[in-house]
Design a protein around this ligand. Structure first.
Ligand code: ACO
Length: 323
């Protein structure tokens, strides 16, 4: 039976760090308000020469180096992003070219902040279906380019960055003790469109547009949706919260993460938090957090790891894997 194991991770962040205090004088806010409501202390913001493609390329190169592989060893690149370099071609194809890879295929996936969870689930299906043996799954975003920098209720929340996970086909018997992706659960519901969206697009305004969010409304739905989809994933794998070693949630808001972990009975010390350093990097947040916890030695071989995300649409989902 074919399954998908994680061979390596990688990440990349823009050079410039913007601290909460850097907003003072730009919009009416304070470090205290931002930290209390969100847990965010700083975020990275892309310079003109840093794009979704360049950050994605850097994360991809880091994952390939950590795996000891070349780009030509890959069969597929899936890029999760809502901030592509161009409307088309897909930024994944641009990253493929930047890596010097002309074999295989590449495409973008768009599920906003859930993009990485959708993309890694898709990659797993390509591997298990026999269409690819090695897949690089990247989450890369430059949300700073779609923020309304006059809107204090959104501009303080987001950051730019990229993370990548290299998946590889392996043999296994499908047991929960096997390493690799064990279970996933994905959801979406378009009735919530107006709570979190971008007010532009090629087929409507012909502009790129700006992110708009009813933060309190998103907050109201987040914890219930997140915990439901995680419980579905636990039940598909036949495990409980106690079996988990690490919970790597989407990093939107520390209060949402804490409330979800508490409702699920996941101990605080098992939760990976990077929202304080990166802000909400949308589809990049889960692979960035994952890569951070792998690099600092927290996530080790054999650990049971739960990924989760929720975002615009709404879309939401969870993936369980053994490292
Ligand atoms: N600084 C100071 N005051 C602010 C700021 C700011 N940056 N932003 C808003 N305020 C004010 C508001 O104007 C409001 O003032 P008023 O009472 O005079 O009208 C007051 O603070 C309270 O505003 P709320 O929006 O009700 O504040 P809330 O406690 O809900 O916190 C927040 C706002 C942080 C956005 C919260 O609702 C939240 O985190 N929601 C979830 C958002 C989220 O996670 N989105 C991403 C998920 S999906 C994705 O990742 C794309």
């Amino acid at each position: 039976m074919i399954r998908s194991i994680v061979r390596a991770t990688g990440s990349a962040l823009p050079r410039r760090i913007m601290k909460n205090t850097d907003f003072e004088g730009v919009v009416e806010t304070s470090d205290e308000w931002i930290v209390q409501r969100t847990g965010i202390r700083q975020r990275h913001v892309a310079a003109d020469d840093e794009t979704t493609a360049s950050l994605g390329e850097a994360a991809a190169r880091a994952a390939l180096a950590n795996a000891g592989l070349e780009a030509s060893d890959l069969d597929l690149i899936i890029l999760a992003t809502s901030t592509p370099n161009n409307t088309f071609p897909a930024t994944a194809v641009e990253i493929q070219h930047r890596l010097g890879m002309s074999n295989g295929f590449a495409f973008d996936m768009q599920a906003v902040c859930s993009g990485f969870v959708y993309a890694i689930t898709t990659a797993d299906l390509y591997i298990r279906g026999g269409l690819a043996k090695r897949v690089l799954v990247i989450g890369a975003e430059t949300f700073s380019r779609i923020l309304d920098w006059n809107d204090r209720s959104t501009c303080v929340l987001f950051g730019d960055g990229a993370g990548a996970v290299l998946l590889e086909a392996a043999e296994g018997d499908g047991a929960v003790s096997d390493s690799g992706i064990l279970a996933a659960s994905l959801r979406s519901d378009g009735q919530h469109k107006d709570k979190l969206f971008v007010d532009g697009g090629p087929s409507t305004t012909g502009t790129v547009g700006h992110l708009r969010m009813e933060g309190r409304e998103v907050f109201k739905h987040a914890v219930g949706m997140i915990t439901d989809v995680i419980e579905a994933t636990f039940s598909a794998a036949g495990i409980t919260a106690d079996d988990l070693d690490w919970f790597v949630p989407h990093q939107a808001n520390k209060r949402i993460i804490d409330a979800s972990a508490k409702k699920l009975g996941i101990a605080e010390e098992k939760v990976v938090i990077t929202v304080d350093l990166h802000g909400n990097t949308s589809a990049a947040s889960v692979p960035l957090a994952l890569s951070t916890a792998v690099n600092d030695g927290r996530i080790k071989k054999g650990d049971l790891v739960l990924l989760e995300a929720m975002g615009g649409g709404f879309t939401w989902g969870a993936v369980l894997l053994r490292w």
